[in-house]
Design a protein around this ligand. Sequence first.
Ligand code: PSZ
Length: 282
Amino acid sequence: MDWILYNGDLIKEDELKLSREDRAYQFGDGIYEVIRIYGGDFFTAEEHIDRFYESAEKIRMVFPYTKDVFHKMLHELVERNEVTDGQVYVQVSRGASMRQHHFPELAEPVLVASTKPLSRPVEWMKAGVKAKLIEDVRWLRCDIKSLNLLGNVLAKQEAHEAGCFEAILHRGDVVTEGSSSNMFGIKGGILYTHPATNLILNGITRRVIMQICKDLDIELQETAFTVDQALAMDEFFMCSTTAEILPVIQIDDTVIGNGKPGKVTNRLIEAFEARIGVSVNA
Ligand code: PSZ
């Protein structure tokens, strides 16, 4: 049985006791992160940890550990569970207290982290995936990695029921992001993606891709595009910590490009693989 991190302690999964008054359970009042582990090491851990603290601050939660201590705790968890390729999921709620909307005065944050083995979605990378356009009806603080995911969950379910891998969310005409990913379109060799405003989560994978573009001298514009522009892109892809870079080959009934993963997308996948230290065909 796996170990989990509960506040400062490593405990066995079946020893975990959570309160029904936990605000994560009652209000989704908390934040989370997912960090990828490749070959036993975290990938972009500092970026995820920084975003975790930023999310905490944005919801006015005081997280009681320093970044260094927090990093060490997660590292020990990964070591204890002997994870080579996988992920760590970590969440913190505002705490357990008698149900009332405003912040409780005495509650202590409740931190829980767990690991799971995970393989890379190489088949999807090669074949590409379909996506469904869905109106983005979420709140206006999508920059916070909040436990409130109902808007994302409903969109993903609708996409799933339509046989699609992901939902492409749009506010009116403007494409924002995926239900659990960021979206990029490529037209005339230039990458376009929604700027990192309050309307999207500024994905760590998104940031790695932006860095790769700089390194490879590929032009990238953080400029929002419309649904019509999305459908007319030469190439399209989604990205996230666990999905990495997945070519989107069809949006609703519209085939993107020639219906196969595009050249630029494949080049980015290759560069991404170099960064995570796996060979192209692994
Ligand atoms: O396992 C999974 O399905 C994961 S792990 C991370 C995500 C999904 N999604 C993160 C995410 C998101 O939830 C939204 C709304 N936008 C963008 C992203 C991508 O963020 P990074 O690249 O940091 O994972």
